[in-house]
Write a protein that binds this ligand. Structure first.
Ligand SMILES: [Zn+2]
Ligand SMILES: [Zn+2]
Length: 151
């Protein structure tokens, strides 16, 4: 997807929820697309000094409501934001509950096939037809483990 196509899709999704695609929202979506990993509000404030932090937060809430942005979090203290999966690609997250780090991991086709089989087993008993899944793993990142054992 080109940046132009992305912005067109985002504009349509915002219109559906009666929101306009303002320059501030456009800047945030462009940044998330360029960086390609989940960003915190602080990261966004550093990268986009022209967008006040409070507006950035409101924009993110509206972009989430429009289905453009997804919130990723190990806990409420460590919220990160990324583009919705249908605008990027399917992936999973490793979330550090100590420092808040979020690591994007792209599963292998083998991994996805295994997950699909397991999910089908769970869903079948309920007559449920799965269409997607999200798998976020919580734990301690390599730096936090190292800091802990080094202390
Ligand atoms: Zn960590
Ligand atoms: Zn998956």
């Amino acid at each position: 997807m080109t940046p132009t196509e992305l912005h067109e899709i985002v504009e349509v999704r915002l219109h559906r929820v009666d929101q306009r695609y303002t320059p501030g929202r456009r800047a945030i979506v462009g940044l998330l697309a360029r960086v390609g990993r989940p960003l915190s509000i602080s990261d966004i404030a550093v990268q986009l000094p022209a967008v006040p932090r409070s507006s950035a937060y409101r924009h993110l809430v509206d972009l989430q409501a429009a289905g453009v942005v997804r919130r990723v979090a190990a806990s409420d203290d460590f919220a990160r934001f990324e583009l919705a999966e249908d605008l990027t690609e399917h992936h999973h997250h490793l979330l550090c509950t100590l420092c808040g780090r979020v690591i994007d991991v792209t599963p292998t086709p083998d991994f996805e096939r295994t997950v699909a089989v397991m999910v089908a087993q769970l869903a079948e008993q309920q007559g449920f037809h799965p269409t997607a899944h999200a798998l976020d793993v919580q734990g301690h990142c390599a730096s936090c483990v190292e800091a802990d054992t080094g202390a």
